[in-house]
Design a protein around this ligand. Structure first.
Ligand SMILES: Nc1ncnc2c1ncn2[C@@H]1O[C@H](COP(=O)(O)OP(=O)(O)OP(=O)(O)O)[C@@H](O)[C@H]1O
Length: 595
């Protein structure tokens, strides 16, 4: 792990970026409201602030994408007015959204937009070789340069966008939330690359909400609030506490954003996985999820944790095994597809908002309440939608998650990235789940909203519901996760008590350096059975069918499964419309259109 000593203080160098009193409005929204900013050659400069405070707008002004309304902009002594001018000056920008063309190859994606610079010197073979080398260097794995980008996981797509920015050595590199889809290991590699470039004189601007990371990497940090700069911190002063105090304008005390991890009050099953297998050849495993707990899921990129949470929530089927959701009476329903999950009030919230969440052409409110249209439809053939009811739900969720927006009818794309992510989370809550599965949901949302999200999820668990929370940031689990399960090679590898865990131990486990003993413990895969096994005589008989210990005390065993319907019955009911299904219809529906 790097320490501040790994960031040798660069000598004060010449200023490369200077913005004075810059204003940029979008209609009534003052995205930049008199911001001043400067950065130097050979420094890593962080731009920090809450969602919607103007960071991405500032990055776009520096890269010549957005003209300003007032104020002066000087980048390397010029004022680039177009992306082409900014590229010619040596400015490379990696945007917050992972912008790749899914139907194009890796090599085409990397050279997209850069062709004019390279066509003279590089033929297709050279380009392919270059793309392959860059991807290996950055991602640490061999990526087929001819593979279609759409077939790759989000993290590799993120590397494509970074590789694009590094094709020629930039004089100014702007990384807007570029580590958001990267796991710990990959972020380290990105940091190494950034330090190399910085030491060769590049100015690197990073926009990130991962405070712990920027404390390690940034030489200076400019903090923004409501479109203005509110302070610049030098390296020694860049601490979580100082950053939070400036971001919120309040003294944050210890800067501690966490509370107490919830513990189930009664031992009641909410969901159970039996003999689950995620990949060909990967280990099969069981899992019990109790009511009233938060399970943290973590792993290095691509270790199966993503497939796991998607299988639990019916988004993609597992290779083998079954998933059962239990209602309050202990009646089990199998989850095999999304309609089953939604019918059992198991709701999935994706962190990949571009690919599986946000509908660009719809409004902010439509995006949030969309799954409820069918439920709130009234009046038979005429199909009136209860807009007032939907508006109440929208207002509640927007308020709870501190979503910053102009009008609820504005297009979702008018929101900052973090606020779009909050809309997705709000959509999950609006469906009133019994169990919510979140797949790295806090990516790109600011520290205030994160704290609010943890508070809400804790309260959700304390009301007897369950949370499964996949995160790429171990720090997220502090004071929040009841237990933490680490994935490796497509299956759980070890498990830890979420109260008082050591982030370092979890990290070691992610790299395969722990003994896996936690899996069989009370905070492991089967807490209900683990407790009984500890108390039961060692020779307790096991069921030949399930492998579970057979207990004398039935109250401590997993409730008997009474499957009242076959999956086919449920699918049939879904098709008949008697089970509520998520309606992802793309037809824009506006209050005006519905009357
Ligand atoms: N094209 C646009 N049209 C309308 N409003 C916009 C547009 N781009 C940005 N805004 C608004 O300007 C404000 C600043 O947005 P910006 O994306 O710069 O914030 P940010 O600090 O980068 O936020 P985040 O941390 O969520 O990415 C927000 O209120 C946003 O809704």
């Amino acid at each position: 792990m790097q320490s501040p000593a790994d960031n040798p203080k660069p000598a004060v160098r010449r200023e490369t970026i200077s913005l004075q009193n810059v204003h940029k409005h979008f209609g009534p929204t003052r995205a930049l409201d008199g911001v001043s900013f400067s950065a130097r050659a050979g420094e890593i400069h962080a731009v920090v602030g809450g969602n919607g405070c103007g960071k991405s707008t500032l990055a776009k002004v520096v890269s010549g994408i957005l003209p300003v309304d007032a104020g002066s902009v000087s980048v390397l002594g010029e004022t680039p007015a177009t992306p082409a001018e900014s590229r010619a000056l040596g400015i490379s920008t990696v945007y917050q959204e992972v912008l790749v063309a899914d139907e194009s190859s890796v090599v085409d994606n990397i050279f997209m937009g850069a062709d004019r610079l390279f066509t003279k010197t590089l033929n297709l073979r050279d380009k392919t070789r270059r793309a392959a080398a860059l991807m290996r260097d950055l991602s640490g794995e061999t990526v087929d340069p001819h593979a279609l980008a759409g077939t790759l996981p989000l993290s590799l797509k993120q590397w494509i966008t970074i590789a694009r920015g590094l094709l020629s050595e930039p004089r100014i590199l702007i990384l807007d939330e570029s580590s958001a889809a990267l796991d710990f290991d990959s972020t380290e590699r990105l940091f190494t690359k950034m330090r190399e470039l910085r030491d060769r004189g590049t100015t690197i601007l990073i926009v990130t909400h991962r405070i712990a990371e920027l404390v390690r990497i940034a030489d200076r940090a400019t903090v923004m609030r409501d479109g203005r700069d509110v302070g610049v911190l030098e390296r020694e002063a860049i601490t979580e506490k100082n950053l939070l105090a400036l971001m919120t304008g309040e003294d944050q005390g210890t800067g501690e954003a966490h509370g107490e991890a919830p513990m189930p009050e009664v031992e009641e099953l909410a969901l159970q996985a039996r003999g689950l297998q995620l990949w060909p050849g990967s280990r099969r495993f069981d899992l019990e999820v109790r009511r009233g707990e938060v399970i943290g899921i973590v792993g290095l990129d691509g270790q199966g944790q993503d497939d796991f949470v998607r299988a639990l929530s019916g988004v993609q089927p597992p290779l083998a095994g079954e998933i059962l959701s239990y209602d309050r009476e202990g009646v089990a329903q199998p989850i095999r597809r999304l309609a089953d999950a939604v019918g059992s009030r198991v709701v999935y919230v994706s962190g990949d908002r571009k690919r599986e969440g946000i509908f660009d052409r719809l409004s902010i409110m439509e995006n949030l309440v969309m799954p409820l249209y069918r439920e709130k439809r009234r009046g038979g053939v005429l199909g009136f939608v209860d807009w007032a009811g939907l508006r109440t739900i929208f207002d509640r969720e927007a308020d709870n998650l501190l979503i910053k927006f102009g009008q609820h009818s504005d297009r979702i794309t008018s929101l900052s990235g973090g606020n779009q992510q909050k809309v997705l989370i709000g959509r999950g809550f609006a469906m009133r789940p019994d169990l919510i599965v979140l797949n790295d949901p806090a990516r790109g949302i600011d520290v205030g909203a994160k704290t609010e999200l943890y508070r809400q999820l804790r309260a959700f668990a304390e009301s007897g519901k369950s949370v499964i929370y996949l995160s790429s940031e171990i720090e997220e689990f502090a004071g929040f996760a009841t237990r933490i399960i680490v994935f490796r090679d497509g299956a759980p590898f070890d498990a830890f008590d979420g109260r008082g865990f050591e982030p370092k131990t979890i990290l070691e486990s992610m790299f395969g350096q722990t003994d896996g003993r936690g899996l069989a413990s009370r905070h492991g895969l089967s807490p209900l059975h683990a407790r009984v096994e500890a108390e039961a005589p060692r020779e307790a008989p096991r069921s030949a069918a399930t492998g579970h210990v057979e207990y004398d005390d039935e109250s401590l065993a997993v409730p008997p499964i009474r499957v009242v319907e076959t999956p086919d019955d449920i699918i049939r009911r879904a098709e008949q419309g008697t089970v509520r299904v998520v309606d992802f219809s793309r037809r824009p529906m506006t209050p005006e259109a519905e009357g």
